[in-house]
Ligand binder design. Sequence first.
Ligand SMILES: Nc1nc2c(c(=O)[nH]1)N[C@H]1C(S)=C(S)[C@@H](COP(=O)(O)O)O[C@H]1N2
Ligand SMILES: [Mo]
Length: 321
Amino acid sequence: MRLPRPDDAAARIPSGADLDVPGLSPFTTPNGEFYRVDTALVVPKVDATTWSLQVHGEGVSSPVTLRFRDLLKRRLIERDITMTCVSNPVGGDYVGTARWIGVPLAPLLREAGVRPPSEGGRADQLVARSVDGMTIGTPVEAVMDGRDAMLAIGMNGQPLPFDHGFPVRMLVPGLYGYVSACKWIEDIELTTFDAYDAYWVRRNWSNRAPIKTQSRIDTPKPLASPKAGTVPVAGVAWAQHRGISRVEVRVDGGEWQEARLAAEAGVDTWRQWVWEWPATSGSHTLEVRATDGEGRLQNGERAGTVPDGATGWHSVVVDVS
Ligand SMILES: Nc1nc2c(c(=O)[nH]1)N[C@H]1C(S)=C(S)[C@@H](COP(=O)(O)O)O[C@H]1N2
Ligand SMILES: [Mo]
């Protein structure tokens, strides 16, 4: 399968978006290293030539069936978007950034007659179903509020890998994957949150889950033993669809120090940061916290992932020699 060129290409990633600090996650996560979270014991191998997607339900005046070649004929956009799993613990790896190609979802819904709740539409939940029976419920308002919600067919210049939802998956910047990113999608039903609980909602997870501001120290690694002197402390911070405006680091509970932010690629992606630490010998605790693009400081209260995402500041202990 060959991917068509997008009609609306992604903005160039500014050269300063990647700080190139050894040990720091690259801005774009290669497909082979992108985290994978799903319930599939066997990864579905869907045939794109027989695949189709139904759009139906509450407020859909003209139900639609789309085949893969119908999607290819529509306007394709390309965007850099960071995805995060709600089950990512503070400091965890269930987060990654890719360059996605896909069909914008909002215009497709409008053609089917859907109006968002803010325009009087009755359906406030979009339920996506996959070929393997997963159900993922997303607020219709978020899908139609102008952000780049899409039916993605490409990831980092490749057709979607089987692991990541070939041939088509949903993506909505700013929402955790379990409420937005249905892989191997084959059905979209418009309904209400009152009428239907999706798979994870029936298992004690929240039915609405915007991504919480988080920051992570990638280097030095926990229990690393760098030499005394200048040690770059670096990592990533994310608050998709709000952006990151500030990152601070502190040592052993001392004063917060302003980290240098990498150039911003956009509000829907993570942002790298670095702070040059004048490290002295001994055991030290490094902590990081971020502020989002709306000026809100990352919640420092330690909480687990259930029901709507972990909070707390990431810390690592290092032994400076
Ligand atoms: N069909 C299906 N889609 C799914 C899931 C799943 O289990 N089945 N998991 C969701 C969750 S919890 C996340 S975080 C993202 C992960 O996408 P990735 O595996 O491509 O990183 O996919 C979402 N889409
Ligand atoms: Mo997830």
